[in-house]
Design a protein around this ligand. Structure first.
Ligand SMILES: [Fe+2]
Ligand SMILES: [Fe+2]
Length: 264
């Protein structure tokens, strides 16, 4: 099974740029075209939040128009930039999304890898967290299939990256989350967004992994008081290849580059 992971699309209403300079919609279109060209074709695309930069209805309509070009099934969760009610309305035809309730979280049991999507968003806040109710849901949901290899997807990364920007915005209650995760060794990866860069850390006996953004990337400033900045280096996405024994993860850049050239 081959899974593509994209994150932090930050789409704006038509004609608007994010942060006054990032054409997130055009960048997503390029990513969608690149995903459609992958051979063999991924079975599924996971989209880990910050779908719309300000969460307006117009932005979701714009997003749906672009994602309509994606020839692969995709699953979404929200991020801190999303507005849950507008996201739900825009994706009302995505029957796996709960139509009601405080949280947008679910499990998909149709593939060799089970997908569990957890909601790490605290409404009105940038930082993520999981309340007791969500931790209980996660523990219970993971406990339903203890021997099925599982990918857990959530918007916030449960680790301190050392990148100044994201660390101001990191997740709370990670110790409690880590205790839950460590009870479920079938989790192959925790796939996250929010960081706008690929970072991998051991967490709760598995790997937590953040994905690059399809738009702007957080700059790598590892000084203690590094600045909160982004770059327009090539965007990226990840591929996760499941062999029924191991999960291999690849980070790719979006764009057109020279090559491939033969080694010999
Ligand atoms: Fe983001
Ligand atoms: Fe975010």
């Amino acid at each position: 099974m081959l899974i593509a992971h994209i994150s932090d699309l930050h789409v704006m209403p038509k004609g608007q740029l994010a942060y006054g300079r990032v054409d997130t919609a055009a960048m997503l279109r390029t990513t969608v075209a690149q995903l459609n060209r992958i051979v063999p074709r991924p079975d599924l695309v996971l989209v880990t939040g910050d779908l719309a930069d300000h969460g307006e209805i117009d932005a979701y309509a714009h997003l749906r128009e672009i994602l309509a070009g994606l020839e692969i099934r995709y699953l979404v969760i929200g991020g801190n930039h999303d507005r849950a009610e507008n996201l739900r309305a825009a994706f009302a035809d995505h029957s796996y999304l709960p139509a009601h309730g405080d949280f947008i979280q679910y499990a998909i049991d149709e593939y060799p890898l089970r997908i569990v999507a957890a909601d790490s968003v605290v409404r009105g806040r940038v930082r993520g967290s999981m309340c007791d109710q969500r931790l209980e849901w996660l523990d219970r949901t993971l406990g339903e299939k203890p021997s099925t290899p599982t990918l857990l997807m959530m918007h916030h990364a449960p680790f301190i990256t050392g990148l100044a920007h994201s660390d101001d915005l990191c997740m709370e209650r990670v110790e409690e989350l880590e205790q839950v995760i460590s009870r479920h060794p079938q989790i192959e990866r925790i796939l996250c967004g929010h960081v706008h860069r690929a970072v991998q850390v051991r967490f709760g006996g598995t790997f937590a992994s953040s994905c690059p953004s399809t738009a702007h990337q957080s700059s790598v400033d590892l000084r203690e008081h590094g600045q909160d900045m982004f770059t327009l280096e090539p965007p990226g996405f990840q591929l996760h290849r499941w062999t029924n024994r191991r999960l291999f993860s690849y980070t790719l850049n979006v764009g057109t580059f020279e090559g491939p050239f033969p080694f010999h």
